[in-house]
Design a protein around this ligand. Sequence first.
Ligand code: IPD
Length: 311
Amino acid sequence: TDKELDGIYAFAVQLGKDAGKMLLEAAQLRFSGGGQPPQEFVEKDNAVDIVTKTDEEVEAFIKTSIAERYPHHNFIGEETYSKSPSRAYLISPTSPTPTWLVDPLDGTVNYTHLFPMFCVSIAVVIAGQPIIGVIYAPFLNQLFTACRGRSAWLNETQRLPLILEPAVPPMPRNAPGGCIFACEWGKDRRDGADGNLRRKVESFVTMAAEATAKDRKGGMVHGVRSLGSATLDLAYTAMGAFDIWWEGGCWEWDVAAGIAILQEAGGLVTTANPPEDYATAEIEEVSLGSRLYLAIRPAGSSESESGRQGQ
Ligand code: IPD
């Protein structure tokens, strides 16, 4: 029911705030210097797939809190998955039982390198659809929240997308000019792996580089960004700061909360490969588990609706 959903949403938001506080305290100890030892990490599947004690502590806190409050809900967490011998989990496309999808520390590499783009990411998925999303980046003091039918918010007061002046037109599909593209490197650096990372990054960089040619005006990419947190990329796309985001090879806990927030803000997420497929792709509702995601920012805020029409 709506009331039950409201209760789960409020609980998820509080959980995000509490978990974010844990991340901040752990980070501040290191960021303030004071002779703290360097953050220790352990490699998981390869040299860029790492985990810290903080990831594990925060996930344990979130998992226990959910089990106490909602013992019948399902739980899938990045670190629980990494440690499970079977490495199997199921997100039922039909079950009405809520599944919590949690990344306790998205941007673990950033965290270990003192780059402040990291966050906790909590999603609730029902019948295969991300319905609730909570992303909290405590160092940036940015809390992104959304629940289906209840809008998407920054710090609980600013509706997403943020009002952009002048009003931002919908993304032109054939010539994405004046954009910021965001993409991530992922953890599988093999050539030809999911989504063909090298080719994609090269094509983004080429589009951005061409923009500096004097005879090319408009239609060119303003910049290419890579925050090191897929979750935050999606939140920034929902905000309107990024125009397009792409990654091949991410897990459900990297994207579920961001998808809930982006969709509630009016943005789109699909499985197309940019840039070439972007112009022609049918934009369909993405299904969790595709591993390949392309997100497109909302066209603007409802307040700027009329301004957008003529563009
Ligand atoms: C990773 C980050 C990274 C993305 C990877 C994710 P983690 O999550 O979001 O930007 O490229 O696909 O797995 O390991 O920092 O939680």
